[in-house]
Design a protein around this ligand. Structure first.
Ligand code: SME
Length: 150
C-alpha cells in the first residue's frame, strides 16, 4: 500500500476505534475489537492479534486469522524479541529472522509492537503478511498509537 493511502487508512481506523472503545474498560474486549477492525480494514494483514505476557510466558490473546500457536517458546522468535528489547520490531523477511516461529508457513513479513500498562509490559500486537516487506515506519507509528487505546 502507498504511504499516503496507508496514512489515510490508519487515520480513519484510529478514529473509528476511539468511538468503538467507549463501551468497556475490559482489556480482552478492547483487544478483540482492535484485532477485528485492523484485520478487516487492512488488506495486507494476514494474521492480526495479541500475545500476552503472563507469568513469564507469551500466550495467545484475541486474534483474527488462521490458527495460531498458543504459547511461544521462551526467548525465541519475533514476539519475544519485542518483549525483551521493549521496542517495535519490523521484519521485512521472516525467513531471515533467526529463531522466527512460523505458526503459519504462508507468513513472509511481520511487525511486533509491545505495549505497556503502568510501565510494565502487557504483551505485543503481532501482525503477519503473506508478502515480503509489508511493514514500515508508518505501520509502526500507527500501531503503537493504536496499542495505547487498549
Ligand atoms: N512469528 C511469531 C509467532 C507468532 S505468529 O506469527 C502468529 C514469532 O516469531 O514470535
Amino acid at each position: 500500500m502507498e504511504t499516503r493511502n496507508k496514512e489515510a487508512r490508519y487515520s480513519r481506523i484510529y478514529e473509528q476505534l476511539k468511538e468503538l472503545l467507549t463501551k468497556t474498560d475490559f482489556e480482552i474486549s478492547r483487544m478483540s475489537t482492535i484485532a477485528a477492525v485492523l484485520h478487516h480494514k487492512m488488506d495486507y494483514f494476514f494474521w492480526t492479534g495479541f500475545y500476552l505476557f503472563i507469568n513469564d510466558e507469551l500466550l495467545v490473546g484475541p486474534y483474527q486469522g488462521s490458527l495460531a500457536c498458543q504459547k511461544l517458546e521462551k526467548n525465541k522468535g519475533v514476539c519475544w524479541a519485542g518483549i525483551n528489547q521493549m521496542k517495535t520490531i519490523i521484519v521485512p523477511d521472516v525467513h531471515q529472522f533467526p529463531g522466527h516461529i512460523a505458526c503459519d508457513s504462508r507468513s513472509n513479513s511481520e511487525i511486533v509492537v509491545p505495549f505497556y500498562k503502568n510501565n510494565k509490559v502487557v504483551g505485543v500486537l503481532d501482525v503477519d503478511s503473506t508478502k515480503l516487506n509489508s511493514f514500515d515506519e508508518v505501520d509502526a507509528i500507527w500501531l503503537e498509537k493504536i496499542c495505547k487505546l487498549i
